[in-house]
Design a protein around this ligand. Sequence first.
Ligand code: HEM
Length: 262
Amino acid sequence: MPTEYGQDPPLSYNKYLKVRELIELQETLSDPASHDELLFIVIHQTYELWFKQILHELDATIKWINEDRVFRANHSLRGVVSIERILVTQIHILESMAPIGFLEFRDKLNPASGFQSMQFRELEFASGAKDEKILSTFSDDQFASERLSKRFGEPSLADAFWGLISRQGLAAESFDERVKATVEILTHPEKYAEIYNMQDLLIEHDELIVSWRYNHIQMVERMLGMKRGTGGSDGVGYLMTTLSKKFFPELWEARTHLRIDQ
Ligand code: HEM
């Protein structure tokens, strides 16, 4: 009886990675297929795969931090920021699409939008930016709603980090205490070596997501100008408001208070 990958075949690259299934997952809505729709689908699916890997590392990081395994947690965080550096630049590939080519199939996407990316919202929630309003927009999607509700109720990376700081003997309950604790760590890098490295990786995670948002906005404006989004927002205007989202505002605020003579 032939199996999907031949007559009882040994393990192969294609079999292990399910390449056949993978390359069948790009179903265009335009018919006949508009040339650029394949790129549009491939890039979104690629992002979703990387989001999956980032979530895997963030979950592990939270676990390691809770076990006070700071070195191990930093290792996973380094993996997260390495992926994010790629995600920030990857968005530019879409700019190779002619705006008129995008318009050929754009109307077919209505009312779907990146706004509904479950895994991007999981990344935000897991990092520390939880938003009940965003959670409620998934009420029609049971699968996404369940995953997001679970993350909404679980301690985030930010919660885990500030818990770790408290266990180091630094007060970290209120915003001001967290800023003060960060100033202390930034003032004495060698005394807090691994924790110092961690805050550096966390602020980089924050910075890279903002960089991604910014590059996405530029790309959207280049494609659409000020047209409304397929998700129903006013497009670029809405996206600009998301630039101020931060997972670790205290780490940023601390830089303002840092002085050489502390
Ligand atoms: C031509 C390509 C793209 C266009 C024109 C576009 C346009 C937009 C627009 C207008 C919004 C605002 C919501 C709306 O009203 O729809 C949005 C949100 C979003 N898009 Fe894209 N997008 C594109 C590609 C991508 C890609 C490749 C990703 C990768 C995952 C992505 C992820 C997101 C996310 C996560 C949001 C929500 C941002 C937030 O609310 O903070 N988009 N997009």
